[in-house]
Design a protein around this ligand. Structure first.
Ligand SMILES: C[S@@+](CC[C@H](N)C(=O)[O-])C[C@H]1O[C@@H](n2cnc3c(N)ncnc32)[C@H](O)[C@@H]1O
Length: 211
């Protein structure tokens, strides 16, 4: 079915026509949500930051701009090789300078040491994770105590997509993700509504408990 096919590609855009169309779609529609996730993260110039599911890399550009002092460093992890290629091209200068490092892989196995990341953000991404609890635990593992995680989403759009037959079999409901975050040792887990060009979008916050 077409809806299932689109859902599959949204969760792992591949090289080819579908991937290219979705890349254009993300670039056209998601800049604001990506930029806002970065803004709400309150990144400090020397922070170590991780973006999950970076897609074409618009949020990476925003975050890298804020990391102006060493040891400021930006990591990105996306399961799609195509998105990794696109974002690597977009971030070529910063990667060459050693300020940004991008990985292909899943949130279930983040290729970073324990307790090294100050800020984690992601946008339109958790719906596709195979297991929200495993993903949340893994995020918590790599974060420093006192660190902050932010994700942005458009709940109304998600509901419309579901009504259209998309996202079948995914865990798109924010409550499910928030439950998983709490169970993984995050504190102050909350969702806020924010205005966006006459609509609303949502931001979920979760803090890694201080030691
Ligand atoms: C809908 S796209 C959103 C891309 C971008 N964040 C945006 O908002 O434009 C979802 C992204 O999450 C990535 N993704 C899906 N499952 C993932 C996982 N388990 N681990 C890491 N990335 C994942 C996909 O490859 C894709 O790039």
């Amino acid at each position: 079915m077409l809806a299932d096919r689109i859902t599959r590609h949204l969760g792992n855009p591949s090289h080819g026509l579908w991937g290219w169309i979705l890349k254009k779609f993300f670039e056209r529609n998601n800049r604001f949500l990506e930029a806002t996730a970065v803004k709400l993260c309150n990144i400090q110039p020397g922070n170590v930051v991780l973006e999950l599911g970076f897609g074409p890399g618009l949020g990476l550009q925003e975050a890298a701009r804020r990391l102006t002092h060493p040891p400021g460093k930006l990591y990105g992890l996306d399961i799609s090789e195509y998105m990794h290629d696109v974002a690597s091209e977009r971030m070529r200068a910063e990667i060459q300078a050693g300020k940004v490092k991008l990985f292909v892989g899943s949130v279930e196995q983040i290729p970073l040491e324990e307790g090294v990341v100050d800020r984690v953000y992601h946008c339109n991404c958790y719906y596709f994770w195979p297991d929200l609890r495993v993903g949340s635990r893994e995020i918590r593992r790599v974060m420093k105590p006192g660190g902050l995680m932010v994700t942005t989403l458009r709940l109304e759009l998600l509901q419309k997509m579901v009504a259209a037959g998309l996202l079948k079999g995914t865990k798109w409901q924010p409550e499910l993700y928030m439950e998983a975050l709490l169970e993984s040792g995050f504190v102050d887990v909350r969702m806020e509504d924010h205005p966006m060009n006459g609509e609303m979008f949502q931001a979920i916050f979760a803090a890694a408990k201080e030691a």
